[in-house]
Design a protein around this ligand. Structure first.
Ligand code: PMP
Length: 408
């Protein structure tokens, strides 16, 4: 296993040497919103536009061939990163949101009928709520929600009670972006499969922190965004089992997703192209592949172990601050701490931390039903990446004391 040296790793991320308007060094604790990019990813994208830029799968010229090769190599690298069976199961999309919309929309056209039931959880991001509501609107299906307890754990017994012969689909996140709960997705998938119910995992907050093996998980779909895993924005992945994707109608129509078109009838292309209408985001697909290669070199086990240490250190330190209440204390948690400080508004706390150079997120974190269950005014959210350090957590604690003084 390679040695994990955070000081060296930080040198790979140019933005980490920035300072804020008060000349305070940046402490970036907003990793759940988006992660920073290593130089190799930035360089890969620059090189693509400087030397390779062309459209894929079409041209006879050498640039188009090179672009196509790089693009398809990127698909293979991502396949290997999540251990999918074949590149046909790796669909390039804009991000987690588009991946989930693709599945919900495609299922909308055929598989789901009136009074069928779709299960999501109380812990979902809006991206894993609204597409299913749209599906229910278009089909007359009913949305069911797995409840949570007051710590923010999913109630597994309640999940089992929701299952019945009308249940047609389950979609839930692996790790909650708002309070850090790690869901028991292995058990959920096993339980669902006993009844032949397909499961989609929203992996937007797990792909960057844990080794994901879609074959071992046996999930039917897995969605993630490039920008949360040290890659570019505007690119993401929908993994789907081949036999399920094969049976699904296309999501969008256009170039690339067809094999032949006439005014009478269009035949669709094979997987994965059937779901990739139009010119894809070539540069960022290649950039994403470079990001997953970069973190694979560091080692996902190294990343998970190091982040666990930082997360536990921060949890202990923050728990020791009088008046600070951690929101979400699930048995299994990772990388994300949401909190309230006395009765101060989270925005005011966030603004004071920002003055100190500390970037956090405040508000509902695109999970309004979940956050409102705990707090009507939102929370302050701190989220970690493997380039964060204990010293930064100490600075955060100092800044929180400062906020207490200023706001109190
Ligand atoms: N699901 C979860 C759990 C997320 O954290 C996010 C991003 N905050 C999304 C979905 C949506 O991701 P994107 O905006 O990249 O599509």
């Amino acid at each position: 296993m390679p040695v994990f040296d955070v000081k060296n790793i930080r040198k790979d991320f140019p933005i980490l040497s920035r300072r804020n308007l008060n000349e305070k060094p940046l402490i970036y604790f907003d990793n759940a919103a988006t992660t920073q990019k290593p130089a190799i990813v930035i360089e890969t994208i620059r090189n693509y536009y400087e030397n390779i830029n062309s459209n894929v799968h079409r041209g006879v010229h050498f640039l188009s061939e090179e672009a196509t090769t790089k693009f398809e190599e990127a698909r293979e690298k991502i396949r290997s990163f999540i251990n999918a069976d074949s590149v046909e199961e790796i669909i390039f999309v804009r991000g987690t949101t588009e991946a989930i919309n693709l599945v919900a929309t495609s299922f909308c056209r055929g598989k789901i009928k009136e009074n069928d039931e779709i299960i999501i959880s109380f812990l979902e991001h809006h991206s894993n709520i609204v597409p299913w509501q749209l599906l229910c609107e278009c089909t007359g299906a009913v949305l069911k929600v797995i409840p949570i307890n007051s710590n923010g754990d999913l109630m597994f017994d309640e999940f089992e009670k929701l299952l019945n012969e009308r249940t047609k689909f389950i979609a839930l996140n692996h790790i909650s972006n708002a309070i850090g709960t790690v869901n028991p997705i292995e058990e959920i998938i096993k339980t669902a499969h006993k009844r032949n119910i397909p499961v989609l995992i929203d992996g937007a907050q797990s792909i960057q922190h844990k080794k994901i093996d879609v074959k071992k998980l046996d999930c039917d779909f897995f969605a993630f965004s490039g920008h949360k895993v040290y890659g570019p924005t505007g690119i993401g992945i929908l993994y789907g089992k081949k036999e399920i994707l094969d049976a699904m109608p296309p999501y969008q129509g256009g170039g690339e997703m067809i094999s032949s078109v006439s005014f009478e009838k269009t035949d669709y292309n094979v997987l994965p192209y059937k779901f990739e209408a139009g010119t894809p985001n070539i540069a960022d697909a290649i950039g994403l592949a470079s990001a997953v290669e970069y973190i694979s070199k560091i080692g996902m086990d190294n990343i998970e172990n190091y982040e666990k240490e930082i997360f536990e250190y921060a949890t202990n330190k923050l728990s020791g601050i009088e008046g600070l209440k951690i929101i979400g204390t699930a048995k299994q948690k990772a990388n994300i701490i949401s909190f309230l400080l006395n009765d101060f508004h989270p925005y005011d706390v966030g603004a004071i931390l920002d003055n100190e150079g500390i970037a956090v997120r405040t508000g509902m974190h695109c999970a309004e039903p979940l956050i409102k269950f705990f707090s009507k005014i939102g929370t302050v959210r701190v989220s970690f990446a493997f380039y964060n350090m204990r010293e930064e957590v100490d600075k955060l604690v100092e800044a929180i004391y400062k906020a207490k003084k200023l706001l109190g």
